[in-house]
Design a protein around this ligand. Structure first.
Ligand code: AMP
Ligand code: ZN
Length: 471
């Protein structure tokens, strides 16, 4: 089945054709680890996970590379402001390295909870300084750089294609309509490849280079690492829409200027999550994290389910009302899948089956530029189908969930197992009571109570129910 993907480069839906048949090289801009990821950032990573899972469901072998930006990302994408990492380290009174390690771990904790498959390769910027220096050397040899005020700049006037991704107007670029702050730049859109003059006093992450001791520009990191891990041409590059005008525009300029040929075939961008009609931004302070949602009593997968409700190319408005609706729907879905699994009498869940009608329709929707919400409708379709047998339903659910990542069968199997264990313990308690071993019977009741299982003895035997242990 052919996958259609919307390519920002051409502003059209295009049939996806990988460079090497059956294989996909995919690069996703990773987090800048100076703080927790907010739920807007996480929407983008969930989308990238859906894209990767969809490609895999369609039979591709995906090499998914993601960077971790632990140096060089300034508070403004266009070289202004100070290094986000340094600023955060100063505010939190910790070293930049501590900040990076702590928030990298926090990021992967969040994505694990959201059932995002870890990238094939995660690369930290600070581990790839030699590759970045090599890339600047290549650009220098080809005449794309100049040094001014101690920094190395990329000269966009030398690169005819500059701004094509963002449809930047060449006249406007020449006129330099934007207010210029950095006097060293020949053109306001020129950008720094290597800083030796920090904009603040105590830059702690510095490396030797042919241009002096300093640190790389943020855009350079992604070009150097993606070229290193995916080669000089690869298939897909992802990120949020905010990266189109500056970050990705500059990545293209650096990479194509260095290699002299087209770099990435498909640029796929995720729209923003909106909160109170405003873009959520870590820099603006006061943002909602996955931890905030957990503190409010939501499970991370409730948020994943919420993200599945909107197409990746449309903005998604966050509200707790919508998150409640997602939670209720997911609970309902889970309960139904548990009920289906329970009919299998302790047998394991069936293997994924893509041949059933719902699973096939699901794959068609996914192939249509990742129409996940219509895919979710197929999932509900199979769950509610009055004709199909449980085993058949579960096999198609298993297939769809390889893309949706809601852990449906895993949770159902666990729940059915818990139910079986509870039943077994209740029987054991019954035997203890019959043998007048009340101490043992009480121990079993207490043990179950600790797991939130409440027993009610009545004339028809013992009934049990689960109570929520959340306060
Ligand atoms: P950052 O850590 O700031 O580099 O951002 C990480 C990723 O989140 C990037 O791909 C951004 O484009 C994306 N992003 C930032 N804000 C939002 C938002 N409100 N909604 C969705 N994605 C976002
Ligand atoms: Zn990037």
């Amino acid at each position: 089945m052919g996958l259609m993907l919307y390519n920002t480069l051409t502003r059209t839906n295009e049939p996806f054709e990988p460079i090497v048949p059956g294989k996909v090289g995919m690069y996703c801009c990773g987090p800048t680890v100076y703080n927790y990821a907010h739920i807007g950032n996480l929407r983008t990573y969930v989308f990238e996970d859906l894209l990767r899972r969809s490609l895999e469901a369609l039979g591709y072998d995906v090499r998914h590379v993601m960077n971790v930006t632990d140096v060089g990302h300034l508070t403004d994408d266009a070289d202004e402001g100070e290094d986000k990492m340094e600023k955060s380290a100063r505010e939190m009174k910790r070293s930049v390295w501590d900040i990076a390690a702590y928030f990298t771990e926090a990021f992967f904790d969040d994505t694990r909870k959201l059932n995002v498959i870890p990238p094939t390769i995660v690369c930290r910027a600070t581990d790839h300084i030699p590759q970045m220096i090599d890339l600047i050397k290549r650009l220098e040899q080809r005449g794309y750089t100049y040094v001014a005020g101690g920094n190395v700049y990329f000269d966009i006037s030398r690169f005819d294609e500059y701004g094509r991704l963002a449809l930047l107007d060449r006249q406007e670029l020449k006129a330099g309509a934007r207010i210029e702050v950095d006097r060293n730049k020949r053109n306001p859109h020129d950008f720094v490849l290597w800083f030796t003059r920090g904009k603040f006093e105590h830059q702690s992450m510095m490396w030797d280079s042919p241009w002096g001791r300093g640190y790389p520009g943020w855009h350079l990191e992604c070009s150097a690492m993606s070229l290193h891990y995916l080669g000089e041409q690869f298939d897909i590059h992802c990120g949020g829409v905010d990266h189109i005008p500056v970050h990705h525009t500059n990545e293209i300029a650096q990479s194509e200027a260095a290699t002299g040929r087209k770099w990435v075939n498909y640029w796929v961008h995720a729209e923003f999550l909106l909160m109170d009609s405003d873009k959520m931004s870590k820099s603006a302070g006061g943002f909602v994290t996955l931890g905030t949602l957990e503190d409010e009593g939501y499970e991370p997968l409730d948020y994943r389910y919420f993200c599945l409700g909107g197409h990746y190319r449309t903005q998604l408005q966050f509200s707790f009302e919508s998150l409640n609706a997602a939670r209720n729907a997911r609970r309902n879905l889970n309960d139904r899948v548990v009920a289906l699994q329970a009919t299998l009498g302790g047998q394991p869940a069936p293997a994924a089956d893509w041949d059933g009608p719902y699973a096939k329709a699901f794959l068609r929707h996914i192939s249509d530029d990742l129409n996940v919400s219509r895919g979710v409708a197929e999932l509900w379709g199979v769950v509610k189908d009055g004709e199909l047998e449980a085993r058949d339903k579960l096999a198609q659910i298993a297939a769809m969930d390889t893309v949706l990542g809601l852990r449906l069968l895993e949770q159902a199997m666990a729940a059915v197992q818990v139910d079986a264990d509870v039943e077994r313990l209740i029987e054991e308690r019954g035997r203890a009571r019959a043998g007048r071993d009340f101490a043992r019977a009480d121990r079993i009741r207490d043990m179950l109570g600790e797991q939130g299982i409440v027993l009610e003895d009545g004339p028809d035997g013992t009934k049990w129910k689960k109570v929520s242990r959340r306060v």
